[in-house]
Ligand binder design. Structure first.
Ligand SMILES: [Zn+2]
Length: 307
């Protein structure tokens, strides 16, 4: 697969469902090869589930290089034994928070365009690409608009969601909060595919709205993006889609993302500041166009803004 995201999507069940599948056939533990294309000694973590009625057996992930060594060892010595010691535990939930800031709309402040990423990360690194990049780009998008002195008609709100990685409660709580009841969410843009060179936007919207947003493709091409394609979304903004919000995700080049994703090497030195900035530029432009145009509230398409 050229796009690594569907490749990951097709392989990740080995991690998320590996322990259950192994327990069903009588395994005492599950050892999973990291879901990554990079061959190195950095293991990649992520969510996994237990399901009744099978026993909850220990489950670990080892690095791709370690998996290759284990495989070679088992080929040469089928009676080789593996000793596993784990110290994992699931602790009770604690209260945490989404982080928000906004440029309030000058004409329709209750109509909102969200730009966001998630502020949590797996604990074995800072999560520079997943999803520090999306947080930085969202904040930068608003900063750019403010620096340009632009005052959007509708509110553009940065939302840095908590708990994308371990269940998505931040996204759900944002969409269902009492504080949202008086607001109307026009669109939500998520950046959660790493801070790499942006290629385009994916958009989930109905026919006329999709066509309207895709008509902005030439504007996006002026700042280096290649396309606006149908089909977009994300874990954090997904719950907003239930009430008809247009869901959009920034799609960067995916080739290096899963080298670092959920591993100890998802660190700031892996982020190219210029590529990161290009993504922020794109989010600023898309957020601005949505906030000026309104898309869903406009009913029939109007002429494209000449900005
Ligand atoms: Zn993420």
């Amino acid at each position: 697969m050229i796009d690594t995201f569907p490749a990951y999507g097709g392989a990740v069940a080995q991690r998320s469902g590996g322990a259950v599948a192994a327990a069903k056939v009588g395994a005492v533990a599950a050892v999973v090869r990291s879901v990554s294309l990079a061959i190195n000694d950095d293991p990649h973590t992520g969510t996994m589930d237990y399901g009744p009625p099978v026993p909850k057996i220990p489950a670990v992930t080892i690095s791709t290089a370690a998996a290759d060594r284990l495989d070679a060892l088992l080929q040469s010595d089928p009676d080789a034994r593996l000793f596993i010691r784990t110290s994992c535990a699931t602790l009770p939930p604690v209260t945490s928070h989404n982080v928000m800031g906004e440029l309030t709309g000058s004409e329709k402040p209750d109509e909102v365009v969200v730009v966001g990423g998630h502020i949590d990360s797996w604990d074995l690194s800072v999560g520079a690409h997943d999803d520090g990049a999306g947080c930085a780009q969202s904040i930068e998008a608003l900063r750019l608009l403010r620096e340009l002195g632009l005052k959007p008609k509708r509110t553009i709100r940065v939302v840095l969601y908590m708990d994308e990685e371990n269940g998505g409660s931040g996204g759900r709580d944002y969409a269902r909060s009492e504080n949202r009841k008086a607001e109307r969410h026009i669109a939500a843009i998520e950046s959660d595919r790493g801070g790499f060179l942006p290629l385009g936007f994916g958009v989930s919207a109905t026919g006329a709205m999709l066509a309207r947003i895709r008509s902005w493709e030439p504007l996006m091409q002026k700042i280096g993006l290649q396309w606006i394609r149908p089909g977009g979304g994300g874990v954090d903004i997904g719950p907003l889609g239930e009430s008809g919000t247009v869901l959009i995700d920034l799609v960067p080049d995916s080739q290096r993302y899963f080298d670092v994703h959920h591993s100890g090497i998802d660190t700031l030195d892996k982020v190219n500041s210029r590529e990161l900035q290009l993504g922020a530029n794109a989010m600023a432009l898309m957020g601005w166009l949505l906030a000026e145009d309104g898309v869903t509230s406009s009913g029939t398409p109007r002429t494209a803004p000449g900005r």
